[in-house]
Write a protein that binds this ligand. Structure first.
Ligand code: ADP
Ligand code: MG
Length: 254
C-alpha cells in the first residue's frame, strides 16, 4: 500500500484545501474525523466532531468518556468497519478511504484485531476453534494455525480449556479467548471496546494487566475504550471524549 506523506485538508469555512503533513511515525492517525448520523428528515447526530489523534507503534492508549460520547464510533472508523462523513483515517500512512476491497479485508484480518465488550465468540465452537477461525479466513496453513493457537492459548493461560465451549467458561475466560482470537493473525494494532464492561473489578483488572503485558512484551499497539477511570488510567495516555470531541489528553505514569 502507498504510504502517503500529505493529506489535503479542507478548510472549515471554504472549499479550499491546505496540505497537512502526516506524521511518518504514526501507526494510527486521524485528521478532522467527523461522523454524522442522519436519523430522520432534519434530525442528525454528530457522533464525531473533528477528532485528531496520533498513535505510535507500541503505545497503549485509552479512550474514556460517558456513554454516547462517540467512543465506539471512533473505533469503528479506525477499524474500517464504517466510513467517516468527513476527515480521514491513516493506518501506517495509508488512507483507509483509498483502499480497495481486498486491501480493506486484509486490514481487518491481518492488521487490526478487535476485542468487544460481549466477547462475540461463536457458541458452537470450542476455545481452540474460536481462536483458529480468523486464521482460516486469512488462509493460514493448518500447521501455522496449530502453532499460533497453542502460542496464544499459553499467553492467555487457557491451554487447559482448549476443548471447552464458551458456555463452559467464565466471563473473564471468554474475554481471554477473544483476546487470543484477536491476536492470532499477529495484528499490528489491537482495538478493544470496553473489554472489561461485563466483568467484575478483579476479573476486569486481570484483563487489563494481560493487555499491558502484551503491550510491553510484544510491543503491541493497543487502543482501548473504557468508561471506567480505574481502567483508563492504566494506559500510558488517556484521551477523554465528550460530545464527539477529545476534550483532554492525560499522560499517565505507567
Ligand atoms: P459511546 O460508544 O461513547 O457510548 P457511540 O459511538 O456508540 O458512543 O455513539 C455516539 C452517538 O452516536 C450516540 O448519540 C449514538 O446514539 C449515536 N449513534 C451511534 N451509532 C449510531 C447509528 N448507527 N445510527 C444512529 N446514531 C448512532
Ligand atoms: Mg460504545
Amino acid at each position: 500500500m502507498r504510504k502517503e506523506k500529505k493529506y489535503k485538508k479542507q478548510e472549515m469555512t471554504s472549499q479550499e484545501t491546505i496540505d497537512h503533513e502526516l506524521d511518518p511515525n504514526a501507526i494510527i492517525q486521524t485528521i478532522d474525523l467527523a461522523k454524522i448520523y442522519h436519523i430522520t428528515e432534519g434530525v442528525e447526530i454528530r457522533a464525531l466532531n473533528g477528532i485528531n489523534i496520533d498513535i505510535k507503534k507500541g503505545e497503549f492508549v485509552s479512550v474514556m468518556g460517558p456513554s454516547g460520547s462517540g467512543k465506539t464510533t471512533l473505533l469503528n472508523m479506525i477499524g474500517a468497519l464504517d466510513n467517516p462523513t468527513t476527515g480521514a483515517v491513516f493506518i501506517s500512512g495509508t488512507n483507509i478511504a483509498h483502499m480497495n476491497d481486498t486491501e480493506r479485508t486484509n486490514l481487518r484480518l491481518n492488521e487490526i484485531g478487535f476485542i468487544f465488550q460481549f466477547y462475540n465468540l461463536v457458541p458452537v465452537l470450542s476455545t481452540y476453534e474460536n481462536i483458529e477461525l480468523p486464521m482460516i479466513f486469512a488462509g493460514k496453513s493448518k500447521e501455522v494455525r496449530n502453532r499460533n493457537v497453542k502460542k496464544f492459548l499459553d499467553i492467555v493461560s487457557l491451554s487447559e480449556k482448549a476443548d471447552h465451549l464458551p458456555s463452559e467458561l467464565s466471563g473473564g475466560e471468554q474475554q481471554r479467548v477473544a483476546i487470543a482470537r484477536a491476536l492470532c493473525n499477529e495484528p499490528s494494532i489491537l482495538i478493544a471496546d470496553e473489554p472489561t464492561g461485563e466483568l467484575d473489578t478483579v476479573k476486569g483488572m486481570e484483563i487489563i494487566r494481560l493487555l499491558r503485558e502484551l503491550n510491553l512484551e510484544l510491543n503491541q499497539t493497543i487502543l482501548m475504550v473504557t468508561h471506567d477511570p480505574a481502567v483508563g488510567t492504566l494506559a500510558e495516555r488517556m484521551l477523554k471524549m465528550r460530545d464527539g470531541k477529545i476534550i483532554e489528553t492525560v499522560i499517565t505514569k505507567n
